[in-house]
Design a protein around this ligand. Sequence first.
Ligand SMILES: O=C(O)CCC(=O)C(=O)O
Ligand SMILES: [Fe+2]
Length: 210
Amino acid sequence: MSASSPFDLVGFQFLPGYFDRQAQSALIDEIRQIVATAPLFRPVMPRTGKPFSVKMSNCGPLGWVADRSGYRYQPHHPDTGAPWPEMPGMLLDLWNQLAPNSASPEACLINFYQSNAKMGLHQDRDEQDFTAPVVSVSLGDTALFRLGGHERKSPTRSLKLQSGDVIVLGGDARLSFHGIDRLYPNTSSLLTNGGRINLTLRRVTSPAFD
Ligand SMILES: O=C(O)CCC(=O)C(=O)O
Ligand SMILES: [Fe+2]
């Protein structure tokens, strides 16, 4: 791998098989309970109103939403108005393992991909502070992940993310462009009806000085 590969960015970590099958099932049980009270919704692109191909929900004190007025974090579900459900302990443990020096995560975005869903190349930059990494868990069908650099036109590399894999975008990789090009349907039996769930943990606000 050449030194200019985005996979060599300091702060990018790929942890294949981080969660074993039993842990993956336990996570799915948690997600089922979360979406029972915070139902999946389909966000739309700001201005154009074009629907996303993924459906979303959140847990934790803040949730990421997108609608005609923009992208933002808010403490309540856009349809029900209820606070987001608590973040499961398993995800707090994951954060403590992989981001031990960062303030606690405030948002866990739940992305649900059906077989034809994808996510265009983007940066995660709606947070106030980029010191903490983004920690992301893949569950269900395999997906083709693309990672680039700090500019949209930077060279990219692709990586297949399988159920149980975890990636970390921290340090120099925190603001790297990334996206999901496609799913590989029927590659996992974790979700009864197929598809993929991605959990993305983020710190949103700047930790208070003390
Ligand atoms: O589904 C994924 O693996 C990536 C999700 C993502 O980049 C995001 O929600 O910002
Ligand atoms: Fe992202």
